[in-house]
Design a protein around this ligand. Structure first.
Ligand code: ATP
Ligand code: MG
Ligand code: MG
Ligand code: MG
Length: 467
């Protein structure tokens, strides 16, 4: 095997340690004292207050490998998992940070040096983007580093102005892409084909300059700072000579183990990728203190577990399988993350309980949905049936949406909303008998198609009327 993921993680940290950065261990995925954020979604999150100037450290440069989750809130990649070669719910972000110390020039120099000297990536495979108005960054890449101008593009706010959430530290950014070669479909950044997996974004250098307020105004930060993030799994794919994150050492081990437990031999299925991804996010969430529940973070966890179980079911799993993967995960990542070893039994128990509880719901719901799909003439799933599945049988909406997508079907949202409205009216009538169902039922007015941003609403209806 070429360089392992664990070795790359260490190489990165050491590179920046040697350049005066303090090594900081990964923080929890549950942000401390930050009600604006569901999960730690980037390496900068634990340093948010340092950027804002309200927390002082005895260092001005830091480096970390931070565990991140993107399955809710502003950065949500759950729907991408299984479909792209580069997105996970859980991943590790390697980062170097400057708190009012160095700025754009050094940040770009460090990144270029690490990629081309330390990792020996061929310069001609690297492409760069800058924020469209950031002439300074453009010139550093073009003149100082010498990247040919046809490999630098200027991009707008959506991709090149980074923010953690709706409020908080933010600023223009510059991203480095790697060209996986013509055998992979996709186009360079800024082209219509960029969503393919040929040109993959590996590193984002954020020039932190503002604090976005709730009303949208941008307040300058006390000191311009640097926040960078490189996905460990993406750089590992390049260094291990594969085109997909799911082919790197860690994922292959998890995929093989899943296939063994479930009893399938084809290692290339989307479902195995989903399961391998989800065991990481679910295990780390539980290690960080989240338990499956009907609200907030616990509800996100519950839905990820259920999604994994459904994919096991698709592969023909005959027994509770998901919790059995914890063993392999601990072997792979326990050394870097001791909390995983410590919480191992709590993780296994919680996963097993949730899986067993969900199996019956899944079986019943799938039977109804499959019948419906079989007798369908068009490509639209009846909204009333979808609502009944969710409302009467507790079948999660995102699973229905997932299955619809796999079968190239759309959900009749109008019919769904009408069925939900009818339900609400029945609830209102019920409230006339002195029971205040309304408060909770109102929670369902937000579209259930919103996915993970709304939480509690979906299960309360089921609990209210059918238990
Ligand atoms: P993309 O455009 O590919 O979705 P991004 O611009 O959303 O990535 P950033 O917020 O800039 O990502 O995060 C910094 C780095 O973290 C990325 O350059 C990438 O290497 C890595 N990364 C981001 N999202 C994921 C993910 N879902 N899974 C794995 N790595 C990721
Ligand atoms: Mg993204
Ligand atoms: Mg991007
Ligand atoms: Mg980015």
């Amino acid at each position: 095997m070429s360089i392992t993921s664990a070795e790359i993680r260490e190489k990165f940290i050491q590179f920046f340690e040697q350049r005066g950065h303090q090594r900081v261990p990964s923080a929890s995925m549950i942000p401390a004292n930050d009600p604006t954020l569901l999960f730690t979604n980037a390496g900068m999150v634990p340093f948010k207050d340092v950027f804002l100037g309200t927390d002082k450290r005895n260092y001005t440069r830091a480096t970390s490998a931070q565990r991140c989750l993107r399955a809710g809130g502003k950065h949500n990649d759950l729907e991408n998992v299984g479909y792209t070669a580069r997105h996970h719910t859980f991943f590790e972000m390697l980062g170097n940070f400057s708190f009012g110390d160095y700025f754009k020039t050094e940040a770009i120099e460090f990144a270029w040096h690490f990629l081309t000297q330390e990792l020996q990536l061929p310069a001609e495979k690297l492409w760069v983007t800058v924020f469209e108005e950031d002439d300074e960054a453009y010139d550093i890449w073009a003149k100082h580093i010498g990247v040919p101008e046809d490999r630098i593009s200027r991009i707008g706010v959506k991709d090149n102005f980074w923010s953690m959430g709706d409020t908080g530290p933010c600023g223009p950014c510059s991203e480095v892409f790697y060209d996986h070669g013509p055998e992979v479909w996709g186009g360079p950044p800024g082209t219509p084909e960029e969503d393919g997996d040929r040109y993959i974004e590996i590193w984002n250098l954020v020039f932190m300059q503002y604090n976005r307020q709730a009303d949208g105004t941008m307040e300058p930060l006390p000191n311009p700072s640097i926040d960078t993030g490189m996905g460990l799994e993406r750089i590992a794919a390049i260094l291990q000579g594969v085109h997909s994150n799911y082919e790197i050492d860690t994922f292959q081990a998890l995929i093989k183990r899943s296939a063994d437990i479930i009893g399938v031999s084809d290692l290339s299925s989307k479902s195995l990728r989903v399961i391998a991804d989800h065991i990481r996010s679910c295990s780390f969430l539980i290690a960080d203190g989240v338990m499956p529940s009907n609200e907030g973070r616990g509800y996100v966890l519950r839905r990820i577990i259920r999604r994994a179980v459904r994919h096991g079911n698709l592969l023909g799993a005959k027994q509770t399988f998901f919790y059995q993967l914890v063993d392999e995960l601990v072997k792979l990542m326990g050394e870097a993350y001791p909390e995983l070893v410590e919480k191992r039994h709590i993780i296994e128990d919680a996963l097993k309980r949730e899986e067993q509880q969900f199996e019956k719901t899944l079986e019943r719901g799938l039977a109804i949905l499959n019948d419906e799909i079989k007798q369908l003439s068009g490509n639209t799933l009846n909204g009333e049936v979808v609502f009944k599945l969710y409302d009467t049988y507790g079948f999660p909406m995102d699973l229905t949406a997932d299955i619809a997508r796999e079968n190239e079907l759309v959900i009749d949202e109008e019919g769904f909303n009408a069925a939900m409205q009818a339900q609400r009216e029945r609830a209102q009538k019920a409230s006339q008998f002195g029971v205040d169902y309304n408060a909770q039922v109102k929670a369902t007015t937000k579209s259930v198609f919103d996915g993970y941003t709304e939480d509690k609403a979906q299960t309360t209806v089921v609990e209210l009327f059918h238990e």
